[in-house]
Design a protein around this ligand. Sequence first.
Ligand code: 26Q
Length: 818
Amino acid sequence: MVRESVVNQDMATQAPLKEFIEQHIRYSLGKQDYGLSQREWFQAIALATRDRLVDAMLDTETRYEKVKAKRLYYLSLEFLIGRSLGNNLDNLGIRQMCIDTLKDFDVNLAEVQEAERDAALGNGGLGRLAACFLDSLATLGMPGFGYGINYEYGLFRQEIDNGYQVEKPDNWLSHGTPWQIERPEDAVFIPIYGRVESSVDRHGAYNPMWLDWKVLIGVPHDMPIVGHGGHTVNYLRLYSARSSQDFDMQIFNHGDYIQAVQQKIATETISKVLYPSDSVEAGRELRLTQEYFLVACAIRDIVRRYRKDYHNFDDFSSQVAIQLNDTHPALSVAELMRVLIDENDLEWDKAWEITQATLGYTNHTLMPEALEKWSVPLFETLLPRHLQIIYQINQQFMEVVTKKWPGDLEKESRVSLIEEGRPKQVRMAHLSILGSHSVNGVSELHSNLVKTQLVPEFYELFPERFNNKTNGVTQRRWLLQANPKLGNLLLKTLGSGWITDLNKLRGLEKYAGDSSFQEEFQSIKRINKERLGVTIHDRNHVSVNPDSLFDVHIKRIHEYKRQLLKVMHIIHEYLLFVEDGKAPTVPRTYVFAGKAAPGYWAAKQIIKLINNVGQVINHDARVGDMMKVVFVPDYRVTLAEQIIPAADLSEQISTAGTEASGTSNMKFAMNGGITMGTWDGANIEIFEEVGEGNYFTFGLRAEKVHEMEKTGSYRPRDHYANPDVKRVVDALGSNLFSPREPGLFRWIYDALLEKDTYFHLADLPAYLASQGEVGQEFKRREIWQKKAIMNVARSGKFSSDRTIRQYADEIWDIKPVL
Ligand code: 26Q
């Protein structure tokens, strides 16, 4: 068995798994080992697996303590983990052992795995990146820990009703999860609300006191995170909000029992639900409370652990690194200052030095309107002391700004932490930049645009802070587990080195032109397409042809990601076929998946459009098998794991300059999906790696887009003159795709011709041309296969192991502890 080469011998030779499983069936589930449901099997196996994780986690902690290793804490409001059983078995090296053990019970592991719910504690790229980072940290043997919120409801489940998205709650914890260890002994008390009273201490110094606060309790739940090989097990610490007994007692004592219970419920809603938006949502109090809750719990925990070993803060920043996953945990700046000053009596300047040396900030978006801001009055109510600290930071910063640009009020107001207006707002990105020693973007292009477009003044003031860390993804999940057949071919061909060193895939280059290798490679892709075909048939009741070109656009639904451009291509092909009698060069299956934020009307309309276009095309007898359009509902990690290995073409067609990086683009490439992409985000670096001829690109470059935006010189109507463009736009304005809801998509026609914010019409002709080439090339199977193999061979850069090494060396200064 090839797979055995991946197995870690220490782990595999431990006490038999069977006994552990039997014990858990009996003593954790209180059952006998027959007649169990798949979910019960899952629980028993997961608990048995967890026992091993816990052993290794305790060993890991001992190792870290022994060398007093510096630790990295990755603060994120989102961790999009997906399922864990397969991942944990593989990383522990006991998958085969588990399969064999289950044979004795006549149980099939693959079926059991299907019983695990996704931990969908994130919206999209940013949350999944955090999960890939945890996998890489543990695999590299580095002391890096995730801190997040234990949402009771993850991202909503998506159902499709009459073509429209309907959101359903994702009560993923309804049956508990075997992966979490609750740690009530590490619960923390968090003050919130109240007022600040300014007084003078006995030395005559200003001594603000935060009074009359209420208390929240954060109870940690640890999820062990095992690295490949099983030697390092870190954890993801997720906090649940509980109300404080003490605080409630006061109301109880006043005799208002109902009010007391209501108070308790209100407090516990803090960790109830993940906000389902992947861009800023107008200042909701609950969201700010969540951000504060995470930050306050994490910082308390981090400081407490540090203080076990050190009695002052001189070593803090050489023992602790904290990374902010976007501005969502930006309150860390004010909270760490507050803890150092108010709770530990440090001087302001010393506290500021420590804070900056400890924190790093990662930006994930360029769109200025997507930058987080919170109203000053809301701050005042929730976090009066933090607001005061922010004002003080700003005051000191403004002195620096006036020195640099004397008398430039315009500059002052642009960089201020406080945006003037009614109400005033706190700019979380500015706070994050000021409070950190490092500010990074997530691809080369994006990092440059952060410097030149997003915050040029900050770059001028602090150029040394700005850097790039191109994203990556873990090949353990996205290749080895998601695509086991390709994984096995790679193991057979190259050995197992690529599992922890993805650059080893370069060894494939010499097989790219080898016809028997190509055949094997192609047959694996075909099997993956068949497997996806079954899922599509189950969900969409549409039969798809596994020999057709699978053309895939999967990601959050957003205007800038241009699902609409993909639809326009499909409409073009359809009309060319049924009106002009020009059949597509190759049969294609167009696969979409993705969720829209519940409040994002345009995005939800796009979903409806995709479904309606599918309805028309899939039922048009003239089209037959040549085109199929499916929108697979409920996109999530587990579905991505099925779709990506089945893709021939990876659609990455955001308007240039809008997609910070993208990460699915990397997953497709490593699974042999060829990119059709704009010159945007990490696409550019993928093109550079895979080399000329191994990708498709089209469209305006970011500079041009930016210039047209600045000068207002883009006139979509000019492009409407192009007959191909006109026909597609007219079709959208007609009722061709909404026969039963006349006028439904008229707004798209209007929006494209009037404004076309995301340059669909400008890019459409070039997109169609490039898609023409795709059709031609797919027909020449040896050439296509060779390109696909080259994509796999040259995807090494996009391992999150590389990304994490760079963060570790250049920002965190942490090292493997082996
Ligand atoms: C903020 C405030 C209130 C409510 C929600 C939010 C919020 C939540 C999630 C804002 C943004 C997000 C998620 C953003 C995201 O996923 N960005 C993606 O990050 C990836 C990892 O770096 C990049 O590859 C993508 O390009 C980027 O779009």
